[in-house]
Ligand binder design. Sequence first.
Ligand code: ARG
Length: 490
Amino acid sequence: MPCRMAKDEQSTKGTDTAWGGRFSEALDAVALRYSASVDVDKRLAPQDVRGSIAHVRMLAARGIVGEDEAEAIASGLEAIAGEIAAGDFAWDAAKEDVHMNVESALTERVGAVGGKLHTARSRNDQVATDMRLWTREACHATAERVDRFLAVLAVRAAGTVDVLMPGYTHLQRAQPVRLAHHLLAWSEMLDRDRGRLLDAANRLNESPLGCAALASTTFPLDRDRTASALGFARPMRNSLDAVADRDFLVEAVAALANCAVHLSRIAEELVLWSSQEFGFVTMSDAFTTGSSIMPQKKNPDMAELARGKTGRVVGDLVNLLVMLKGLPLAYNRDMQEDKAPVFDAFDTVDDTLDVLTGAIATATFHPARMKAALREGFLDATELADWLASKGVPFREAHHVVGRLVGRAVAEGKVLSELSLETLRAEHEAFDESVYGALDMETAVERRDLPGGPARRRVEAAIAELRGRLEGRELDVDALAGEAGAEARP
Ligand code: ARG
């Protein structure tokens, strides 16, 4: 088959091949560009170096390499890690991936002894180890970002207990709640995502090192030693699974996709609430943009982008699942494609968490507009039906009675509390003067005094519980929220 080489691509033919004696010809230039992953996986360099140091120290402990050789290799690796961190490392796509780049820099630096590092190891267990280390850290880092978001919500909730607003179903005004109660609903969604990320970090915390290419190795490795040196709970049980498994990435990215979807729902509420139709919130200038043509505009772009970027994260999850589907054991090169979606999913969710944390911390809510919205929409219709039911009227009948009263009120351009007692009694004789007390919005909220409900004492207890939960994670809630610009105010 003729080689379809791009004009501007130089062939590497004739240069020394990376794969040793089996190959007499270098990789075709297009094939090299197609398969090189270093642009993406160089991000794994710190984990790669840590894994290599743990491996070579274990080789020395088992007498497979000399102690002095291991020391030379370890200090060479540390120097390379320093160069990489400082941005002084010359990455070479011809060396394919992060592993080959680091290893060849090591040999350049410490000489032929560098070639001993890869004893009893394959890039297959190496890359699986690197990805587990990277993902474990990333899950914890994202969880910390969620914590900061939760701290902001705890503080903003404390400042909005008094604010009544419509609760919605079908985006129709349904029953009154407290704004704090709504903000606390967001915190529940996100705290579950945090838990899922930490579950994923916990389950993936096993070491593939020592499984080599697929069938472990003939060398007497100490897998427990490398596992514990890298903070893994134990070595993975099966060598084929250890190099072939990527479900730990699916699990982490699924948690991120769930989180991104939650963030999109929160973002959508911010978009709606900041519209003139709602007028419930004004986002701060720091998190809004103007229009290049309409001088009056203040657009909730950050919330819109948070909503829009959800597609990327869901796409990352689908990408991983489809990449893995049908792959036979053990390692397949397809799996190299895992990195871009995993990095993208974490980057996107981390940024979205940060931007929404700042937007919510600095937003101004408008209690008067929320209160005005309570007046229209018959949010007290359930109160009226419940009131009748409490007088012994079967709820179904009460529901019909109130439905007819709502119809009358609509026709007369009134709210329910404006209907006369005579009008009420015309629909049901159980009505008396005391019904008007039940139609007050504050009363309606206070009567929903169950665990998880919007009554003041329940919301205050929920805020205290959230703060306690965060303090149990050794967080300073007020300091964290303050960093993001949050204050206890509407
Ligand atoms: N860059 C490769 C990856 O991420 C490393 C493993 C390569 N293994 C191999 N047998 N070609 O999957």
